[in-house]
Write a protein that binds this ligand. Structure first.
Ligand code: AMP
Ligand code: MG
Length: 476
């Protein structure tokens, strides 16, 4: 019996040049690695049906469920600052959209589903490693309370993909508020396709920002959403790694987990991506890069901001100039919470920076230092504990002027568990031998990142010297 999902496909109703219609390319031998039952329930989908052979065939692209209207989306983008007029879904196919239990529209997309007209020289496929990585990290981000695309399922394909060597292929089923990127707007703007640009703008406003009435207001909302998002990344030590404009959503969800990483030892200049030789997307540069990307969105939207181009530029620029303050406020809120503070004092930024500076100097573990603030063991995270002690005096005095109950607040704001690189790597290496137990175990721990899980304390441990993974790869 064919699988039937309650699709309602709004993107497929947009003009035909927004996408290419095509079905996924079947694979040899799909095997389910993981089904995210919690997410399936959120989407109103029946987990049992999704686990059935038809469900697994759907996740592999071997079966197109009823109601799906598979398509690859067109977009453009700046990659590492260089303009690419046409990118598009080269290895992803949108099956369609469903309305979830809370009334939100969600995309269901297969990543690694075969070549599309946008594949350029790529094979349209995904290797198992990057699929496991995205599954682990995106779900961890969600559990950390950070807006993100989700992972509904992962399957192996039974086929090999050729990278530097032959690797097992896999398909990730990704769920997103939408897959519309800054680069989607750039695609139409660069072609001078004002009708397309207007149709996209109307679609995005209706879908993500119904309170906005104009292109300028849309820009304002996207700027605010991204300022909040990047502040959240900074609060957990997350480095996206490839913040190209095609990898930035307008919804404000984190997307495209390629060479991303959570830092172990803190340093603002940290870079993990093997392809980011110049550190364009280093940890502390992420807010600046976000503004740069949002400026590209602003430029793309200019033609919709009225006939007076100079006035439009002035208005869009004013919106962009709001980003630093929006980001700073969100960042301060994030780090005040991480220090257990509920009130505002003028010196709070200094207090936060003083801790971060000491952590950077001494290579303290980002996650474990903040987590240990709750139980008084943070000094153990410093090779020179006196550096912490000096800072601690001021912090204790500051806590004394705040509301009681800091310990509970600290635990709620500082996760014990993040997807550490060496654990992801371990899960991937085992997965490559067909053993998915480490992958499942890691996912299970990361479902309650703020909980005290004594049995899983090994997952909270920073890597030993020979466990450190200093480079991550995009794996395309
Ligand atoms: P990414 O680096 O994953 O954000 O991808 C950038 C662009 O390259 C997008 O247009 C992707 O669809 C495309 N791409 C990445 N990997 C592949 C692949 N294996 N086959 C075809 N296109 C790909
Ligand atoms: Mg991408």
């Amino acid at each position: 019996m064919p699988l039937s999902l309650p699709f309602d496909n709004s993107y497929a109703r947009l003009p035909g040049h927004f996408y290419a219609r095509l079905d996924p390319t079947p694979v040899s031998d799909p095997v389910l690695i993981a089904l995210n039952e919690g997410l399936a329930a959120e989407l109103g989908l029946d987990a049992e049906a999704l686990r059935s052979p038809m469900g697994v065939a759907t996740f592999a692209g071997n079966h197109v469920p009823m109601g799906a209207e598979p398509l690859a989306q067109a977009y453009a983008g700046h990659q590492f600052g260089g303009w690419v007029p046409q990118l598009g879904d080269g290895r992803a196919i949108l099956l369609g959209e469903v309305i979830d239990r809370t009334g939100q529209r969600r995309d269901i997309q297969l990543k690694g589903a075969g070549p599309t007209p946008f594949s350029r020289r790529g094979d349209g496929r995904a290797a198992l490693g990057p699929v496991l990585r995205e599954y682990i990290v995106s779900e961890a981000m969600h559990r950390l309370g950070i807006p993100t695309t989700r992972a509904l399922a992962a399957v192996t394909t039974g086929d090999y993909v050729i990278r530097e060597r032959g690797l097992p292929g896999a398909v990730l089923t990704r769920v997103a508020a939408s897959h519309i990127r800054v680069g989607t707007f750039q695609y139409f703007a660069a072609r001078g396709d004002l009708a397309g640009l207007q149709a996209l703008t109307d679609h995005v406003i209706a879908r993500h920002y119904p309170q906005a009435e104009t292109a300028l207001e849309l820009l304002r909302h996207v700027i605010a959403a991204q300022a909040r998002l990047i502040a959240r990344w900074m609060g957990v030590g997350f480095i996206h790694g490839v913040m190209n404009t095609d990898n930035m959503t307008v919804s404000g969800e984190t997307i495209d987990y390629g060479p991303c990483a959570f830092m172990d030892a803190y340093h603002p200049d940290k870079v993990f991506s093997s392809i980011d030789a110049r550190g364009r997307y280093a940890f502390a540069r992420q807010p600046d890069i976000a503004v740069w990307n949002l400026a590209q969105l602003g430029s793309a939207l200019l033609p919709l901001m009225g006939p007076d181009e100079n006035a439009a530029i002035e208005a869009a620029t004013a919106e962009l100039h709001a980003f630093p303050d929006l980001f700073r406020d969100a960042w301060l809120a994030e780090f005040r919470a991480k220090l257990g503070l509920t009130t505002l004092e003028d010196n709070d930024p200094d207090l936060i920076h003083a801790l971060l500076d000491r952590m950077a100097q001494l290579g303290a573990d980002f996650t474990n230092t903040f987590r240990a603030l709750a139980n008084g063991s943070a000094r153990d995270q410093f090779v020179e504990p006196e550096a912490f002690d000096q800072w601690n005096t001021g912090w204790q005095a500051r806590l004394g002027r705040d509301a009681p109950g800091a310990e509970t607040r600290l635990r709620a704001a500082n996760p014990a568990f993040i997807p550490r690189n060496h654990r992801i790597e371990e899960a991937i290496q085992a997965g490559l031998t067909g053993d998915f137990a480490p992958f499942h175990a890691l996912n299970a721990v990361l479902q309650q990142p703020f909980d005290h899980q004594p049995a899983n304390s090994a997952y909270a441990r920073a890597p030993t010297k020979d466990q450190i993974v200093a480079r991550t790869f995009c794996g395309t």
